[in-house]
Design a protein around this ligand. Structure first.
Ligand SMILES: Cc1ncc(COP(=O)(O)O)c(C=O)c1O
Length: 429
């Protein structure tokens, strides 16, 4: 019998599916899986040994002991998310930000819960932008988000950073350039990872937050420009004082804040959440209802119980202790093994999961580079920093590396840095 024509011809994938090919995250995960003996300092995964098995068990027992709660958890929920959870999240955030006047107006109706904050970032981009629209991002920024923008045909344009994150003067300059080029009308948002960012580990100080909100408002001429404050790592602080979130500097509905339980509790739970300006809530939920008409309700109930009982806060405190030790192991291994390498610098993060390494100018760290091959051969995997730069706006710094201390033990972190230093010394010779 002849093969039916439908199986003999190539499929015609959508433009968006084709644009999704070659995501750095897939390549890095495949490389790590293919060589399990590698010390991966690449993955943004979390510490395996401290996942909250007991807190989740306890939360489920509480739910199971009350059949109406257990039934509610196992039933569909609403597109916005579980109301008691949204109320609790808003109260907690207001308290963390010092309950400023401008946050008193926020309502639980503006809080939305999603299946991880990446879904929230994707749906927001899809709700706000058409192909060709612009989102301004720090250089460097969270590379998965750059993939989201590319997938939707949105232009990511990068803005200079220093050791305190995005530089407001550089942002003003970029907005001015775009205005002169007649492109201000295409700018929909300014995206910032505001605490211990991915990838540099830096935190924006309060004055810069206020300045960025003011710039967004000043340049909201043809349409509103939102500040998208991705606070994924806020709770992973190992020293120093917390800084109020962007919402504490916003009296005009300019700020969209996103958070996640992935880093401070468990990524397998996949609960993210955000606070949206009132006018975006319905359009966002309309988009969301095309996808799932509500994040997994069971996970939301578990997270709510863990927060209500205090087990969530205990878990976060435990994680901070674990990661502080790992951060110290990575930074002291860098000092020990890399101090002698001319032109190699690294930042010392006070929270989060990453150490950002800069190599001498001209030393390429990309996946096709001699350094990447030498590191793999030595047995260590890293994320090339170049992945974290948007294609437009600023030069891509290929001589950079993102190192994660989340997954490996302190001993393996030390060994991984030793191996990486050997590879750098070999290539930079
Ligand atoms: C800056 C940043 N934002 C958002 C996310 C997404 O997290 P999730 O989808 O697990 O909530 C991540 C994950 O690594 C991240 O690093």
């Amino acid at each position: 019998m002849k093969t039916p024509a439908s199986t003999a011809v190539a499929p015609s994938l959508s433009r968006r599916a084709r644009a999704s090919g070659g995501q750095p995250i897939n390549y890095l995960m495949q490389t790590a899986l293919a060589q399990p003996e590698l010390i991966s300092l690449a993955a943004g995964f979390v510490d395996q040994g401290s996942l909250p098995t007991e807190a989740v068990d306890e939360a489920w027992r509480t739910l199971a002991a009350d059949s109406s709660l257990a039934h509610a958890a196992l039933q569909y929920g609403t597109t916005h998310g579980y109301r008691p959870l949204r109320e609790l999240l808003l109260d907690e955030l207001r308290a963390a930000d010092g309950n400023p006047e401008c946050m008193r107006e926020l309502r639980p109706e503006q809080v939305v819960v999603t299946a991880g904050s990446n879904q929230l970032l994707y749906l927001l981009a899809d709700t706000l932008c058409d192909p060709g629209d612009i989102v301004l991002c720090a250089a460097p920024t969270y590379y998965v988000y750059l993939g989201v923008l590319k997938n939707l045909g949105i232009r990511a344009v990068s803005v200079a950073t220093d050791e305190q994150g995005l530089v407001p003067e550089a942002l003003a300059e970029k907005l001015e350039q775009l205005a002169k080029a007649g492109e201000l009308g295409r700018v929909k948002a300014i995206y910032v990872v505001s605490y211990f960012d991915n990838p540099q580990g830096v935190t924006l100080p309060a004055e810069r937050r206020a300045a960025i909100v003011e710039l967004a408002q000043r340049y909201s001429i043809e349409q509103k420009i939102y500040v998208l404050d991705d606070a994924a790592y806020r709770k992973l602080r190992y020293s120093g004082d917390d800084v109020p979130g962007f919402a504490a500097f916003d009296d005009d509905g300019t700020v969209i804040t996103t958070h996640t339980f992935s880093k401070s509790f468990s990524p397998g739970i996949r609960v993210g959440w955000g606070i949206l300006p009132a006018e975006l809530v319905q359009p966002f939920c309309d988009q969301k209802s095309n996808i799932d008409f509500g994040a997994p309700n069971f996970a939301q109930h578990i997270v709510y119980e863990a927060m209500r009982s205090g087990a969530g806060a205990k878990q976060t405190a435990k994680l901070c202790d674990v990661y502080r030790t790992k951060r110290d192991a990575m930074v002291s291994a860098c000092e020990h093994h890399m101090s002698g390498l001319a032109g190699v610098r690294w930042l010392h993060p006070t929270g989060g999961l990453y150490v950002w390494l800069t190599l001498p100018k001209g030393v390429d760290a990309g996946t096709e580079s001699p350094l990447f091959a030498a590191a793999l051969k030595a047995g260590v995997l890293y994320v090339p920093g170049g992945f974290s730069y948007a294609a437009e706006g600023m030069p891509i710094a290929d001589n950079t590396i993102r190192l994660s201390f989340g997954v490996q033990s302190p001993a393996r972190i030390e060994e991984g840095i030793r191996l990486l230093a050997t590879a750098v010394a070999e290539v930079a010779r």
